[in-house]
Design a protein around this ligand. Structure first.
Ligand code: TYM
Length: 331
């Protein structure tokens, strides 16, 4: 029997945070035995905000190296760069003709972005979720592992799949999200009411996968908590709740037993231990990453093979789509 398919992508628009790792990347490797997985470096998405070309190239390779460093095996999963597979842009155009403006207007991520950077209101920012839907639908993905912030985009992908299928007959698999119960939304260390994000102006708000051990310790020490002085997992203590989620993910311990361990002990000790848990968890990834970035030929080989495989699968879907909408088959 054919394996079910998984698709996900990460933007190479900045160094990755532990939010990206916990919400998405950490799960990617664990899916690769059971499913046929496609993991993409979505550089087309990244240029919706201004990029320095040289940096974008470097960061795209960084994301590839981090995919592999976090345990994804390129022999099992398909790792590729979005711009190497033109079908993504091509399907995106077709899907844009069945997407309602009202749907795009309702996207909260777009609304937030427009609030922040008013001088960069380009059309790509607006149509971005259509490109994301194309990524997913081209591979007939059954499951899409993402963080909580991508839920609405995923809903659009499902909706477009349904709409296309209804209008032109069954073509796309309607995908489902795989969203963690814990850690689907890791919050800023400085303001636990907002999401941890690589684009935050305050670098103490996030931990990067490539932060060195002392930086990690310093950032956790400075993380905002509260004045209750009790290690507890509750909404009234959002800073602590976030740190407990991070602790739990990196230590594989459940939150209740962590809370019990720090019963009657102050935040200082808890934060020190948390820092060590994160440092230890990230060390092997960082080491592997540095090994990989010095093997440029290997990375090139991976993304070349990945693009070939991705082109094959996505090409099949795109040809079906072109035929159904009434384009003459290329002679
Ligand atoms: P991006 O690049 O912003 O983030 C990559 C993944 O990390 C998750 N994530 C988080 N999870 C938990 N807590 C956080 N603070 C946090 N910050 C980020 C995101 O939910 C995401 O899963 N549009 C997507 C990229 C994309 C994509 C796709 C994803 C393009 N095409 C197709 C899945 C399928 C994005 O901007 O993710």
């Amino acid at each position: 029997m054919e394996k079910k398919k998984v698709f996900s992508g990460i933007q190479p628009s900045g160094a990755l945070t532990i939010g990206n790792y916990i919400g998405a990347l950490k799960n990617f490797a664990s899916l690769q035995d059971e499913y046929d997985c496609f993991y993409c470096i979505v550089d087309l998405h990244a240029i919706t905000v201004p990029q320095i070309p040289k940096d974008l190239r470097k960061r795209s390779l960084d994301v590839l190296a981090l995919y592999i460093a976090s345990g994804i095996n390129p022999e099992k999963s398909t790792l590729f760069i979005q711009s190497h597979v033109p079908a993504h842009s091509e399907l995106s155009w077709v899907l844009s003709t069945i997407t309602y403006m009202g749907q795009l207007n309702r996207m909260t991520q777009y609304k937030e972005k427009t609030k922040k950077s008013e001088e960069n209101l380009n059309a790509g920012l607006f149509t971005y979720p259509i490109l994301m839907a194309s990524d997913i639908l081209l591979y007939q993905a059954d499951f899409v592992p993402v963080g909580d912030d991508q839920k609405q985009h995923l809903e659009l992908a499902r909706d477009l799949a349904d709409r296309f299928n209804n209008r032109y007959s069954e073509t796309f698999k309607v995908p489902e999200g795989l969203i963690n119960k814990f850690g689907a939304r890791i919050m800023s260390l400085q303001n636990p009411e907002t999401k941890m994000s690589k684009s935050d102006d305050d670098e103490n708000a996030y931990i990067l996968l490539l932060d060195d051990s002392d930086t990690i310790r310093r950032k956790i020490k400075r993380a905002v908590t509260d004045s209750e002085g009790v290690v507890a997992y509750r909404d009234e203590q959002p800073g602590l709740k976030n740190l407990l989620n991070i602790y739990s993910v990196f230590s594989n311990e459940d939150v209740e037993s962590i809370v019990r361990k720090y019963d009657g002990i102050g935040y200082g000790m808890f934060k020190e231990d948390l820092a060590e848990v994160v440092v230890e968890g990230l060390k092997p990834i960082r080491e592997k990453y540095y090994q990989l970035t010095s093997s440029k030929d290997y990375l090139e080989d991976v993304y070349k093979k990945g693009a070939e495989k991705a082109s094959y699968f996505s090409g099949k879907t795109l040809r079906k789509v072109y035929k159904k909408v009434g384009f003459i088959q290329r002679a």
